[in-house]
Design a protein around this ligand. Structure first.
Ligand SMILES: [Zn+2]
Length: 97
């Protein structure tokens, strides 16, 4: 693995999203390349700072219940809220010269 390949996978690797032989290849590259190892460490440091410093807001029980009810009730038909492309095209053709 070269630096271009490693840098393309650095964020995913730092997040634990690279598995198997690819993860092994990234790990091996990081053990021999100070630049890529530093970039990977920077991603990990940023992630841990974000988790530590950004507040997490929890939805109130009432809001949680409303969102769950809306999600389980199913979304209304798209045509009732957003005009279809056919309707838009038809109105545009009707208003033209
Ligand atoms: Zn490298």
């Amino acid at each position: 693995m070269n630096c271009n390949e490693a840098s393309a996978l650095a964020v995913a690797y730092a997040d634990g999203e690279v598995e198997g032989a690819r993860a092994d290849a990234v790990k091996e590259h990081l053990s021999t390349c100070a630049d890529c190892a530093a970039a990977c460490e920077a991603v990990r440091t940023l992630r841990s700072r974000l988790r530590a410093e950004i507040p997490v807001y929890r939805a109130s029980p009432a809001l949680r219940a409303r969102v769950l009810a809306a999600a389980t009730a199913g979304a209304p038909a798209a045509s009732s809220r957003v005009p279809s492309l056919v309707a838009i095209r038809g109105s545009a053709a009707g208003s033209g010269s």
